[in-house]
Ligand binder design. Structure first.
Ligand code: FAD
Length: 536
């Protein structure tokens, strides 16, 4: 196969232009091409206002003369390429006494279950929340002012935390084994658009993601797997240093010697149970901050040099800064054309996050601007100190907004009262786009002086990159506290805890950050089980 890198085409080009340009680069008639597929598509705006799509394209020839064509065209961007094919290991030889159990049906548990079911292991998935349809109704009712259901909310239920998300599917995880490609391929097989296979920043939005999750569940069932919703695991059953099964809230017991713990980062009661059971784990650094909203047109203007770009998706950004006190500040989970959402999972505690629909046509861009925090910030010791720290922040946010999302203009949060007004880019009447009830309130008491200072330094640094980023009228919402897991559950080289048979997995265990990396970690655990055990 021939790979062509850095092939540039103007936005709005016809689909057939890709193959025509590839033929020109290879100096062959288009008729000689047997297959032409886009491996990557990204936007090159380095010389804006001139903007290009940059492609990586894979070509096979009818003649099979790939090497000859590569030699003749003498172009450093044209090389031989062998694609990485994902391989799921064959079954091992150890006997399994009971079917494998998976706790949690977020991306990690879903993909672990999918891979095991596809290989014939008939896994049983236990999920504390509801199926995605029921869950969507519960979440909409919550955003309309109803109660926060402890087991059916933005964090818990079929599809996990990412279901009401922007559905960004990019990952920074290095992947020599082809797992990330396999994740995207499985998404496409179950209803996602094929563009995610090559887009540099693939995203599907909450609407498509919910449908994909449902289709994957149907597939798992058709392969002999089982899924139990509204089934919260409340106890791990252990015997002589190994797991023998789990007990659920209703008293039901599921025996199993292979238990995958894919509980996400918000299952605080489950972490407490794990601590009581002395499962080895430790507190880990994460990050906290506020959701920041700007008009999408401001971001488009800074990235594309025009406010309403034709043929281009709404622009995104990724920003990082190091503060004078050596804290990292960075943008996280940026949602172009999206909404801020109330992502609480506990009563009288409030956390925010961001989501979008596949069209990304909301009028605002939002992103978390977060400051790194370490166990030194937590004000306590022990593996669950980070959870206690999160809870304090979320209680404060709930109080500040009287149960609604507290929102504040940047001018007031930065205490610029004595300074000249800065309304250069964002109009004074700019309003937030929020799913859930919100109210204007003072967010300053949320953080320690050190965290607030770091946040403000970051905002000012980002304003120098995106003019208007720290304008007076920019809206902040709090609190962004569920950025990654505050806990790491130890696992050994064979992916098991020191408690044998227990497989910590995904974001909650500290081995992933985001939908795709959590899904990839789920696949790794499925592979580890398949390598050892016979199909049951
Ligand atoms: P989770 O998705 O958290 O899943 C864990 C599951 O375990 C949950 O369904 C929970 O109900 C279940 N569970 C927990 N305890 C128990 C128990 N005791 N018994 C039974 N079941 C249990 N990431 C991206 O990559 N792109 C995005 O655009 C993006 N946007 C996001 C937007 C929002 C609003 C949120 C909240 C998150 C977003 N994320 C995004 C992060 C992403 O959702 C997570 O990284 C990912 O879901 C982690 O997957 P996981 O399977 O490890 O855990």
């Amino acid at each position: 196969m021939i790979r062509i890198q850095q092939m540039k085409l103007k936005p709005g080009h016809a689909p057939e232009a890709v193959e025509e340009k590839a033929a020109r680069i290879l100096r062959i008639p288009a008729g000689q091409i047997a297959s032409c597929s886009v491996a990557k598509q990204s936007i090159d705006a380095r010389k804006k206002p001139e903007i290009w799509y940059s492609y990586v394209v894979d070509i096979t020839l009818k003649s099979g003369d790939e090497d000859k064509v590569i030699r003749k065209c003498r172009n450093a961007d044209v090389t031989r390429f062998t694609p990485v094919a994902y391989h799921f290991p064959g079954p091992g030889t150890e006997k399994m006494q009971h079917r494998p159990l998976i706790i949690g049906m977020g991306p990690a548990g879903l993909f672990c279950g999918y891979m095991l079911a596809r290989a014939g292991y008939r896994p049983i998935i236990l999920e504390r929340g509801s199926d995605v349809q029921t869950r969507s109704r519960d979440v909409e009712a919550f955003w309309a002012g109803g109660p926060c259901r402890p087991d059916s909310n933005v964090q818990f239920g079929e599809g996990g935390a990412g279901t009401f998300s922007d559905g960004k599917l990019n990952t920074l995880v290095k992947d020599k084994e082809g797992r990330s490609g396999e994740v995207l391929r499985i998404f496409v097989e179950h209803g996602a658009p094929s563009g995610i296979l090559y887009e540099n920043k693939p995203h599907i939005g909450t609407d498509i993601l919910s449908q994909v999750v449902r289709n994957m569940r149907e597939q798992i069932l058709s392969w002999g797997g089982d899924v139990h919703f509204n089934t919260k695991v409340t106890e791990l059953l252990l015997d002589k240093g190994r797991v023998t099964g789990v007990k659920c809230a209703g008293g039901q017991v599921f025996p199993s010697e292979q238990v995958v713990l894919a509980i996400g980062h918000s299952a605080r009661d489950t972490f407490e149970m794990l601590e009581q059971k002395k499962i080895p784990m430790e507190a880990k650094a994460f990050a906290v901050g506020l959701r920041v909203e700007h008009p999408q047109s401001l971001i488009d203007l800074s990235q594309y040099a025009c406010e309403w770009p034709e043929h281009l998706p709404p622009a995104s950004y990724k920003l990082t800064a190091q503060t004078s006190e050596n804290r990292g500040v960075y943008s996280f989970c940026m949602c172009p054309g999206g909404y801020v959402v109330n992502a609480a999972s506990e009563e009288k505690r409030l956390a925010v996050n961001g989501m979008s629909y596949s069209s990304r046509d909301g009028r605002n861009a939002n992103s978390a601007i977060i400051v790194s925090v370490t166990p030194e910030d937590f004000g306590a010791e022990g593996p669950l100190a980070g959870i206690a720290f999160q809870r304090r922040l979320e209680e404060k946010a709930w109080e500040l907004g009287g149960g609604k999302i507290p929102v504040q203009r940047y001018r007031d949060f930065a205490d610029r009262s004595g300074e000249a007004k800065r309304e250069k880019h964002v109009a004074a009447d700019f309003m937030p786009c929020i799913k859930g009830k919100y109210t204007f309130a003072d967010l300053k008491p949320l953080f320690s002086p050190s965290i607030r200072k770091a946040f403000l330094e970051g905002m000012e640094a980002f304003d120098r990159i995106i003019p208007g980023f720290a304008d007076d009228a920019v809206c902040l919402s709090g609190v962004e506290s569920r950025t990654s897991s505050p806990v790491r559950i130890h696992r050994e080289a064979d992916f098991q805890s020191q408690v044998r048979g227990l497989y910590p997995c995904g974001e909650g265990a500290g081995y992933a950050g985001g939908i795709t990396s959590a899904a990839m970690d789920g696949m790794k655990i499925a592979e580890a089980i398949a390598k050892c055990y016979e199909i049951i």
